[in-house]
Write a protein that binds this ligand. Structure first.
Ligand code: AMP
Length: 191
């Protein structure tokens, strides 16, 4: 089984692209953010805990997110591939994922890193607030999320750079343009 990771700051479009990529190649798309929001809607204990972090733009605890991923990989272990969207977001999560991957005999094929300039990210997130009404897309929480990305998430890139599976993708442009860049990188990977 192959694992693909979509990595990048909030608002860069990793959710949109990860979904398209998974659909096209018949992989399972897993967004930890979406799974946490599902728990919040269902008003479970996990959801109530997660809400305190998510709504203020902070990261949910590593253990919570790691156990969600662990469960998903156990439940769907016979599928050909997984697309992670928004996971891992800390070094502790990346290390835990390495252990899970080794246990399950899987491999991390590629980390697609999408980047765009900050003004573009802020504009996209504010647009999403209007369209989707996400409580964590307000101007105040956006600042916090971008700051957390810089401090806690971006350093995870070194982990994958060292493994040689990091692929840089320009995240500016139209959805189709970005989709084509990812597809090209995927084709190159398969050569
Ligand atoms: P997203 O839908 O990926 O933008 O995630 C929304 C929010 O869910 C994030 O701002 C975090 O509060 C939480 N979240 C999602 N994925 C993770 C993760 N891997 N680690 C910690 N918190 C996460």
């Amino acid at each position: 089984m192959e694992i693909y990771i979509f990595f990048g700051p909030p608002g860069v479009g990793k959710g949109t692209q990860a979904k398209k990529f998974a659909l096209k190649h018949e992989f399972k798309h897993i967004s930890t953010g979406e799974l946490l929001r599902q728990e919040m809607r269902a008003d479970t204990e996990l959801g109530r805990t997660a809400a305190q972090y998510i709504n203020s733009g902070n990261l949910a605890p590593d253990n919570t997110v790691i156990s969600i991923i662990d469960e998903q990989l156990r439940n769907f272990s016979d599928l050909p591939g997984f697309v992670f969207d928004g996971f891992p977001r800390t070094n502790a999560q990346a290390e835990a994922l390495d252990q899970i991957v080794a246990r399950e005999g899987k491999i991390i094929k590629a980390v697609f890193r999408l980047e765009a300039h900050e003004p573009e990210l802020i504009q996209r997130l504010l647009k999403r607030e209007k369209l989707e009404g996400r409580l964590d897309d307000t101007e105040e929480t956006i600042k916090n999320r971008l700051d957390i990305y810089e401090r806690l998430t971006k350093p995870v890139l070194d982990h994958y750079r060292a493994k040689g599976c990091l692929i840089e993708i320009d995240g500016e442009g139209t959805v189709e343009e970005i989709e084509n860049r990812i597809e090209q990188a995927y084709t190159d990977l398969k050569k």
